[in-house]
Design a protein around this ligand. Structure first.
Ligand SMILES: Nc1ncnc2c1ncn2[C@@H]1O[C@H](COP(=O)(O)OP(=O)(O)OP(=O)(O)O)[C@@H](O)[C@H]1O
Ligand SMILES: [Mg+2]
Length: 447
């Protein structure tokens, strides 16, 4: 532009004379200045914002949604800047929401109780969660983007993938893992997933740890086996003696009486077994509720001791009572009596000849405590934890001799726990045992 101005100056100045020459020069300089200002204004209004918008768009393309263009007004090119800024703002919001959703999804998936593995149609692992890595002792790097059969070599998993892809349907299977000495049972569910046009996009694997369920199932099976076994013994005996008596008319009365006594004892045993089983099933029912009343615990202990006195005398076992009179509480009288009687029967049954059973009850701020201490045969330390199991007897022979079913302590534990209390055992083999029940004051216990 300056060249054009100089050229014009060069052409026009020689054409005029005197003071007109100054006017022409000044006019040209003025025109030059006006044109210069005009161009600069165009640059400021259109070209510079345009440049800036281009830079912002480049940033948006790169994923930097915080970039913004300078906008002075809402007109002309500024309107474009405003639109670009609005777009950037919306993109930034969408991106923020997207990140939040993916974080939420990630949190849910990672904190699921079941293991998750997502496969694409080629069989490459696309996603796993924390439970999965814990179950299989694998790291994310060892699994992600690897072929599933290089990661998990179990036949059932391979079969489940094949079937799920082939039938395009949910497939269930199971595997067993060994961790140290423990066996972990896993149920696997392979679910194919599809896009909108029903094309298979991959498989979602869910791994449920069903070890606890298996354990419960095993306990149930053991229980059924134990009950059958316990019932079989007296029934066989009753049947055998009854058959002998039916077959042989010449049995002398003394023998007959002996057989009938055995039948009576065995049927008695059968009855107490059935009674205890019914008791247990009643206690284990969800809707079981203890019948709470204000009761005098001291008098229940005394009554129970009176009931077992005969049995103790027969075995030459001395009963020593040390119970305060003022032990009142809110509890189930019949059930607590059952607890005390069970502990007393055990203490007497598993006493040595001329043994001593010490019964004491007292309370502190928090607990009402009953201890039944004997100097009997005791329990080997390694077996103490098992005596509350149903049907568990340390010495099968001795316990059966005393008519025991092995259900007594299981019942005791249930009742104590129903009162929000707990039971403790301290025993030394050959020296004696102390059973302590603690009933909490917070369960309505008062002075
Ligand atoms: N005071 C004790 N001293 C030594 N062993 C005991 C004592 N109390 C319980 N046990 C052991 O614990 C086992 C389980 O006791 P539990 O009372 O549940 O069954 P049980 O006495 O055999 O039969 P029951 O169901 O008729 O009471 C007993 O068989 C016995 O071996
Ligand atoms: Mg018992």
């Amino acid at each position: 532009m300056t060249v054009l101005f100089l050229s014009l100056l060069y052409v026009f100045v020689p054409l005029v004379q005197g003071s007109d020459r100054i006017i022409v020069v000044l006019a040209l300089i003025g025109a030059h200045a006006v044109i210069f200002i005009l161009i600069y204004q165009i640059y400021l209004t259109y070209l510079k914002p345009n440049e800036q918008i281009k830079v912002v768009l480049d940033e948006l393309i790169k994923g930097n949604y915080s970039a913004r263009a300078y906008e002075k007004s809402h007109h002309g090119i500024d309107r474009l800047g405003y639109a670009v800024n609005k777009l950037a703002f919306n993109l930034q919001n969408l991106n923020r929401q997207d990140k939040m959703h993916s974080r939420q999804l990630h949190t849910v998936i990672d904190n699921m109780e079941s293991g998750i593995m997502l496969l694409d149609t080629q069989g490459y692992v696309q996603l796993i969660n924390r439970k999965f890595t814990n179950l299989f002792d694998l790291t994310e790097q060892e699994v992600k983007n690897k072929l599933y059969y290089h990661v998990l070599t179990h036949d059932s998993i391979y079969q489940a993938v094949q079937d799920a892809f082939l039938y395009e349907d949910t497939i269930k299977n199971s595997i067993t893992l060994t961790k140290g000495n423990a066996k972990i049972y896993i149920e696997i569910v392979a679910v194919p997933f599809f896009n909108e046009s029903r094309e298979l996009r991959g498989l979602v694997f869910v791994f449920h740890d069903i070890s606890e369920l298996k354990q419960v199932e095993q306990i149930r099976k053991d229980f059924v086996a134990n009950v059958s076994h316990e019932l079989k013994t007296p029934v066989t005996s009753i049947k055998g003696f009854a058959e002998t008596m039916l077959d042989d008319d010449s049995i002398d009365p003394e023998m007959l009486r002996k057989f009938l006594t055995i039948i009576y004892k065995e049927s008695d045993r059968l009855q107490s077994l059935i009674h205890d089983l019914l008791e247990l099933s009643k206690l284990e029912r969800d809707e079981f509720k203890i019948n709470l009343n204000r009761i005098n615990f001291s008098s229940i202990v005394r009554e129970s001791v009176t009931i077992v006195k005969d049995m103790a005398n027969k075995r030459n076992v001395e009963l020593i009572l040390d119970v305060n009179d003022d032990l009142n509480l809110t509890g189930d009288e019949q059930r607590l009596k059952q607890v005390i009687l069970n502990l007393l029967y055990n203490a007497i049954s598993y006493s040595k000849k001329d043994g001593k059973v010490h019964v004491s009850a007292y309370k502190n701020q928090q607990w009402l405590t009953l201890t039944v201490k004997d100097n009997g045969i005791g329990i080997p330390e390694s077996l103490i934890g098992r005596i509350f199991e149903r049907f568990y007897r340390v010495d099968q022979g001795r316990s059966r001799e005393t008519g025991g079913t092995g259900l007594g302590l299981a019942i005791v534990k249930h009742i104590v726990e129903a009162h929000d209390g707990f039971i403790e055992v301290d025993s030394q083999y050959g020296v004696g045992s102390t059973f302590t029940i603690n009933l909490p004051i917070t369960h309505g216990l008062t002075n």
